[in-house]
Design a protein around this ligand. Structure first.
Ligand code: AMP
Length: 583
């Protein structure tokens, strides 16, 4: 006979204890309860079995497994109340949080526990997830099997995702049902009627979902692709309820697409602003042969159907298929080590197109300094995850030899503008940038390409290339994302020392000072630049340039005007930083 002790005598403790007592079949029983509130422990023991203990350690001495049925924030305290680690083997210890993972086991039932008196019945046959070391997993598996509860083992780092999923199916459904009930009341229906009307609808629907699964159980105007009715709903709704309806209808279209892959949902896509590829695994998988599906090959754990593609021909084929199916592609070219600045570009690309592609390629031919290239961070796995969370559908991360095979000799050159500022101190830099951007356009076939205003000269040069070489790509500028102190986010910031990081905030201050001077009437470029240099005066900072230029030509005008750019490049402890601001 194995004995289970409970620390915490709330709803879950009551219910799990009673479940174990009723279903334990003589193999598992309740040792008892310890609670900070002794009366609760007595009541729980009376309800579920075992005794009320006056200390957690005493309960532990009588138990094979201690379950911490306390609120998430109390788990660590409860764990310590049992005693020190050495004294705790046996018993095993586990908590019952859905979201948290600690360095010991957890056991979580996928049911709502509403009260102390009746909710234990919900545990009959309920599904559980368990997580922890092999000894706990063995114990919990045997116990749940004996109790008749199906279970699955979950990885600790997946618990938040798992818990979010369970909240969707449980709590979010409650919120939604409330919203529906309130809307029924707004129709002028009798209150009592409105409050009860949803029941048969909801219960029948739940039965259908249980029987058929959520995709096949789907019915209604969105499922039928009936954009007219949905448009009328949107007209009738207002405020938050309309927002909720709109947001969920977007999810609904994609679920409907899975039920009816051949149905045309384009009218609804237009109405709702949906982008069918967002969760359209089938659409995108069809772009690459399924057995070549890169997600399967990488070993990287990809969520939400983002695909990592590393071969150029495969990427080109995928892009061509997406394009010919009438979908738009937004491309964000990056060199990886993604930060919030990059993610803002990805979100924009994803929001404005059916498919968001992100390229991650540290382009060797744009580095004039081999050391800078060597030190450039390589964080592909984290980048793929971050890009995925920001909504990217495809991450294209080719190798250097894939991009520049032996004998590669075709480059894009541009006169004038590429020779100034960054081009002056980094010979060949913009030639490398233009060449790689051109190649990425040829491989990813974007309708739109997203570039940060932080790299203002790069943005201007890419725009010029697209214009002058008649490329069919819209270049979309994106605002600079900054740290709290104003420092522009950059993959290089991580290489700054603590002192250097502190000094780096002067860049933004310098730009603000010069801008304030211009706003107060000063138009002499010399004076504006002198103000920036003065703000950058620090033994830690070496200024490479501090200039005022025209946004198109990157030449310094005789007098500053609105739309000019203040441009800065500095070196701090061997790290080169750039920033700019438009007047
Ligand atoms: P990188 O990986 O540094 O080549 O940057 C890739 C793209 O992200 C470029 O278009 C950059 O201009 C843009 N970017 C980099 N940092 C930021 C930032 N702090 N805010 C907005 N965009 C950025």
């Amino acid at each position: 006979m194995k004995k289970i002790g409970f620390i915490g005598a709330g709803k879950l403790g009551f219910s799990l204890g009673r479940h174990i007592s009723e279903k334990g079949n003589g193999e598992y029983s309740v040792a008892g309860y310890f609670s900070r509130n002794p009366e609760s422990a007595v009541a729980a023991a009376k309800f579920a079995g075992g005794s009320a203990f006056e200390s957690a350690a005493k309960l532990a001495a009588e138990s094979d497994l201690i379950l911490l049925t306390v609120p998430d924030g109390e788990i660590e305290n409860a764990r310590h109340s049992v005693g020190d680690a050495a004294a705790c083997v046996p018993p095993l210890i586990a908590h019952c949080s859905g979201a948290r993972a600690f360095p010991f086991g957890s056991l979580h039932p996928l049911v709502a526990v509403h009260d102390r008196e009746t909710a234990y019945k919900n545990l009959d046959g309920a599904y559980f997830t368990i997580e922890g070391d092999p000894v706990f997993i063995d114990f919990a598996s045997a116990m749940l099997t004996a109790l008749g509860n199906p279970y699955c083992i979950i990885e600790a780092d997946k618990k938040n995702l798992y818990h979010a999923a369970s909240v969707m199916v449980s709590n979010l459904v409650c919120a939604l049902t409330h919203e529906g009930t309130e809307t029924l009341k707004a129709c002028g229906l009798d209150e009592e009627f409105a409050a009860r009307a949803w029941r048969s609808l909801f219960l029948k629907n739940a039965e259908n979902i249980a029987e058929l699964g959520p995709i096949l159980a789907l019915t209604g105007p969105v499922e039928r692709g009936d954009a007219q009715t949905v448009a009328r709903h949107l007209e009738a709704l207002s405020g938050d309820t309309r927002e909720i309806y709109l947001l969920l209808s977007r999810t609904l279209v994609n679920t409907a697409r899975m039920k009816n892959p051949d149905r045309d949902y384009s009218e609804l896509d237009n109405l709702l602003g949906t982008a069918p590829l967002r969760r359209g695994e089938s659409d995108l998988c069809a772009c690459v042969e399924s057995d070549l599906c890169p997600a399967k090959q990488t070993g990287i754990n990809l969520q939400d159907h983002t695909h990592l593609i590393q071969q150029t021909p495969k990427m080109q084929l995928c892009s061509a298929n997406v394009r010919t199916s009438g979908k738009t592609i937004g491309l964000v070219p990056t060199m990886g080590a993604l930060h919030a600045g990059h993610l803002s570009l990805i979100e924009k690309a994803r929001a404005e197109n059916h498919a968001g592609f992100v390229s991650i390629f540290v382009n060797p031919i744009q580095f004039d300094d081999p050391e800078d290239f060597e030190k450039y961070p390589d964080t592909l796995e984290a980048d793929v995850k971050a890009a995925t969370l920001a909504g990217a559908d495809i991450v294209f991360a080719p190798s250097a030899s894939e991009m520049y095979p032996e004998g590669f000799a075709s480059y894009i050159d541009m006169d004038g503008i590429t020779e100034r500022l960054c081009g002056a101190s980094r010979p060949g830099h913009f030639r490398g940038v233009l060449t790689v951007v051109n190649k990425l356009f040829g491989i990813c076939l974007p309708h739109r390409a997203y570039f940060g205003e932080k790299d203002a000269q790069q943005l201007a040069i890419v725009r010029k290339m697209v214009r002058e070489l008649n490329m069919d790509v819209e270049v979309v500028p994106c605002p600079t994302v900054r740290e709290e102190d104003g420092l522009a986010m950059s993959s290089r910031n991580a290489r700054l020392s603590a002192d250097g990081r502190e000094a780096a905030s002067a860049l933004y201050e310098a730009l603000l000072k010069a801008k304030a001077l211009f706003d107060s009437g000063e138009t002499d470029p010399e004076k504006l630049c002198a103000a920036m240099r003065a703000a950058l005066a620090s033994p830690l900072i070496t200024v490479e340039y501090a200039e005022l230029v025209d946004n198109d030509t990157f030449l310094t005008p005789a007098a500053a005007y609105e739309g000019c750019l203040l441009m800065l490049a500095v070196h701090i402890g061997g790290v080169r930083l750039i920033d700019n601001m438009m007047l």
